[in-house]
Design a protein around this ligand. Structure first.
Ligand code: 5GP
Length: 356
């Protein structure tokens, strides 16, 4: 585990609110309980429960959103999440979040995202390169010592409960915020809710505007939707748990990179046991894959733990795991300049480890 902790890594599938620290969620829940906004004793066991079904996970997200959705808290969570990933040597993080509107506290989708940006700016323990040309990317020394640096780029998520108009609003916001590090769009939310046709106009619009798209695909058996999603030919997909032969064939021939979230899939029982996880088949077929956490807070995991788990389960050595992490650079949504710089970080680490 220590080795995977020290290895550089890229994280491409992390939901902001799902990555909240347990301690922060607990603390915020207790404060809202004291204020009488929620009944803390009723939700305490939900927060503390470890193995949740997919259905229970989405109930927990509703609770998390009640607890976290004000500007100050969004800023705090963003700061903590970036610090946590940086602490385990994630050198490039693509953080996704659903812009939320809450008229009662004067929150618009835009002001929600500005609170996220404020969180990125308030990280002090590490230099955060969160946008093309932002200042911290050129200050990598402090009192003569080289400071640790993490690249962070943002994906705006469309929740499957949203309407077409609301999804298009999110894409427009993403376009407006391109200079602030937004590089793409994600479709997520409860997979049994909503229809693919509702989101397609927004996703096509995103593509026309040059934004990259990743889709949560095949978390539940829905062959028609999986086929339509693959036909859309997204830049990446997440999960791919409930595919049948025909869809595997299509995915592999299209070479669409898959964001693999092992612990998440096991905890939510979308895959019945780790030994039969499709990661092994995709890896052996040399299909583009990248290991990710999904929701490190909700599933009590970390990216290092995911690498350690994959290594022990599928009997892969350190060199293979290092190469797997490095391959992830090819699937990031940031520009070629960032890819080149992140590759340099890996090359340097690889030379030290004699993997070059
Ligand atoms: P947020 O977008 O609020 O920062 O992160 C939490 C949200 O991400 C959830 O409400 C849900 O919409 C989405 N999400 C997190 N984990 C999963 C997952 O495993 N599957 C799907 N489909 N959506 C998820």
């Amino acid at each position: 585990m220590d080795w995977y902790l020290s290895m550089p890594k890229v994280e491409l599938h992390a939901h902001l609110n799902g990555s909240i620290r347990d301690s922060t969620l607990f603390e915020l829940g207790r404060v809202l309980g004291e204020k009488g906004t929620i009944n803390f004793s009723e939700v305490e066991h939900v927060i503390l429960k470890n193995d949740r079904s997919l259905h229970e996970v989405f109930k927990l997200f509703d609770l998390i959103h009640i607890v976290t959705t004000d500007h100050k808290t969004v800023t705090r969570i963003t700061k903590e999440v970036v610090e946590d990933f940086a602490a385990e040597n994630v050198v490039y993080l693509e953080l996704r979040t659903t812009p939320k509107r809450n008229d009662s506290i004067g929150m618009s989708k835009r002001s929600y995202m500005e609170a996220v940006l404020e969180g990125l700016r308030s990280v002090s323990v590490v230099d955060v390169d969160y946008a093309p040309h932002n200042l911290s990317s050129i200050t990598d020394t402090c009192n003569g010592t080289v400071r640790k640096k993490i690249y962070v780029r943002l994906l705006l998520s469309i929740d499957r409960r949203e309407t077409t108009a609301s999804a298009i609003e999110t894409v427009k916001l993403a376009m407006e915020m391109r200079d602030m590090g937004v590089v793409g769009i994600d479709l997520s939310g409860n997979p049994i809710v909503g229809e693919w046709g509702t989101f397609l106009p927004a996703l096509e619009f995103a593509r026309e505007q040059g934004l990259s798209v990743t889709l949560h695909c095949g978390e539940v058996p829905n062959q028609k939707e999986i086929q339509s999603m693959l036909d859309f030919f997204p830049e990446r997909i997440g999960h791919a748990c409930c595919f049948e032969e025909e869809e595997w064939g299509k995915l592999k021939s299209l070479k669409i990179p898959v964001e693999i979230c092992l612990t998440s899939n096991i905890r939510t029982a979308t895959i019945s046991s780790i030994e039969i996880h499709h990661f092994a088949d995709l890896y052996n077929a040399k299909h583009p894959t990248v290991l990710c956490t999904d929701d490190s807070g909700v599933f009590s995991t970390s990216l290092s733990a995911e690498y350690s788990l994959a290594s022990s389960t599928f009997v892969l050595g350190k060199k293979e795991m290092f190469q797997l992490a490095k391959n992830g650079i090819e699937y990031i949504f940031a520009n070629d300049e960032v890819k080149r710089e992140v590759r340099e970080v890996f090359d340097l680490a690889g030379r030290k480890l004699d993997f070059a």
